[in-house]
Design a protein around this ligand. Structure first.
Ligand code: ATP
Ligand code: MG
Length: 446
């Protein structure tokens, strides 16, 4: 992509409505534009990153054996009456009437609809286990939408639903989701800690929230500092193995880590004092096992091998895809702007031409652009007729992890400069060496 052709409406001034850094930087970097309270348009740069986050979620769901599908955003109120949630959900639900006066709603989550699909088509244990998910827009009429995409009213969520014959099978699905979520967040460059939580309007007993520690987080959390030493890494887990998934669950959830809703001061105080931590966190996901709550209410039964019909065991699992963008920025920025982790960066490297119009500099930039593209990498080339200072400021603000600076002086010595956004360190290298270095950095990521 060439910056001269790109729609990137960057703001020079800090927008006054933004209270937290991620909101500020998303507006300044021209990623989003508010259209109404808690409702945003995603401009090309923001949308590109959103797609990257979605792709990581899709890839990790596929690895866990879950099937992607898509359900409508507008649903009939009747289904929600069956579960009793049409009234229970309260003011957060956006209720709509169609021209025939039929009551509809904009879906805040989709347990009812997926259960309706299930009961229409599945009646035997032979079709289980089954896990399907979607990445779809949700609407919740939040009392206080704020912090940009962190607490929006319309937001993008991955929501997945598992159907199993027995509680044991459903708990395996629960553990499997925990494993796949750990991997998903790590690929996004985030540490998200599973914490025992409260189930809220979804219902059920077993639930963990995934929290990214950040001062601006809305949840108060309490944990044993040992949990922050854990990392999933690139271990090869067999998602079908009950033991493998249970072992990861045990490793990541046996230490104390809870949100304020489930906090137990007595248990907390039993942790050695130097490991006790109180902090704030951003909830980026949650997993639930709620047994037969919806299947009983809505008549979703399957026949066991002995022919007896039983309500199916269910769980649901959510990732806040659009909120994650804010969480990543909260966790990774400096006073100049965003610093994207390599796994989610919108473009792999920025090319800054210090002397646009200089035949040699232009040719060197074009050659770098072509070589990176040929490797399957996406460069963002700042080919505008602007001063170097302005070009650097834009690159720093939008946060590409690598910048290649090309100028006549370096080219005389056969070199360009490769700069890391994170460390600020630069190295002078021949253009081919820069291309090779970037290929190596992104091997296995891009
Ligand atoms: P919260 O407690 O933050 O209101 P929740 O527990 O009600 O969230 P869930 O039903 O667990 O939300 O939804 C799954 C995920 O969707 C959450 O973990 C969160 O990351 C994301 N999410 C929920 N509400 C919002 C919102 N208003 N804006 C952006 N993302 C949201
Ligand atoms: Mg939640």
């Amino acid at each position: 992509m060439r910056l001269s052709r790109y729609f990137l409406p960057v703001l020079k001034e800090n927008p006054s409505e933004a209270q937290i850094v991620s909101h500020r930087l998303m507006l300044r970097a021209g990623m989003i534009k508010q259209s109404a309270a808690g409702i945003y348009s995603w401009l090309p740069l923001g949308f590109k990153i959103l797609r990257k986050l979605e792709n990581i979620v899709h890839e990790e769901q596929a690895r866990a054996g879950h099937m992607a599908m898509l359900m409508p955003t507008i649903q009939s109120a009747d289904l929600w009456r069956e579960s009793g949630r049409y009234d229970a959900y309260g003011e957060e639900m956006l209720r709509i009437k169609d021209r025939g006066g039929r009551e509809m709603l904009f879906t805040p989550t989709a347990e009812e609809l997926i259960t309706d699909i299930f009961r229409a088509h599945v009646s035997s244990y032979k079709d289980l286990p089954l896990t399907m998910y979607q990445i779809q827009w949700k609407f919740r009429d939040e009392v206080r939408p704020r912090f940009g995409v962190m607490r929006g009213r319309e937001f993008l969520m991955k929501d997945g639903y598992n159907f199993d014959l027995t509680k044991e099978d459903a708990l395996h699905a629960y553990n499997r989701h925990l494993v796949s979520y750990l991997r998903t967040y790590e690929r996004m460059g985030l540490q998200a800690i599973p914490m025992r939580a409260d189930s809220g309007p979804i219902g059920g007993d077993d639930t963990h929230e995934f929290l990214v520690l950040a001062e601006t987080g809305e949840s108060e959390v309490f944990y044993d500092s040992a949990v922050t030493d854990l990392s999933f890494g690139d271990r090869d887990i067999d998602y079908g193995s009950v033991e493998d998934c249970a072992a990861v669950m045990e490793e990541f959830t046996s230490r104390y880590a809870r949100t304020d809703e489930t906090h137990d001061p007595a248990l907390f105080n039993a942790i050695p004092e130097e490991r006790r931590r109180t902090a704030r966190g951003i909830e980026v996901g949650q997993i639930f096992y709620f047994g037969t709550k919806y299947s009983e209410a809505m008549g979703a039964t399957v026949q066991r091998p002995d022919g007896k019909p039983v309500p199916v065991h269910m769980g649901s699992h959510g990732i806040g895809v659009s909120r994650l963008m804010g969480a990543i920025i909260e966790a990774s920025h400096d006073d100049k702007g965003i610093i994207w982790p390599e796994g989610v960066t919108p473009y792999h490297a920025g090319i800054v031409n210090l002397k646009q119009g200089d035949a040699e500099a232009d040719a060197a930039c074009e050659a770098l652009y072509a070589s990176l593209t040929a490797l399957g990498l996406e460069p963002l080339y700042d080919d505008r007729n602007e001063r170097a200072g302005g070009k650097f400021a834009t690159m720093d603000l939008i946060g590409l992890p690598w910048r290649i600076t090309v100028g006549p002086r370096g080219l005389k010595n056969g070199v360009v400069e490769l700069t890391s956004r994170r460390t600020g360190e630069s190295e002078e290298l021949p253009p081919e060496a820069v291309v090779a270095r970037l290929a190596q950095i992104y091997a296995g990521i891009a």
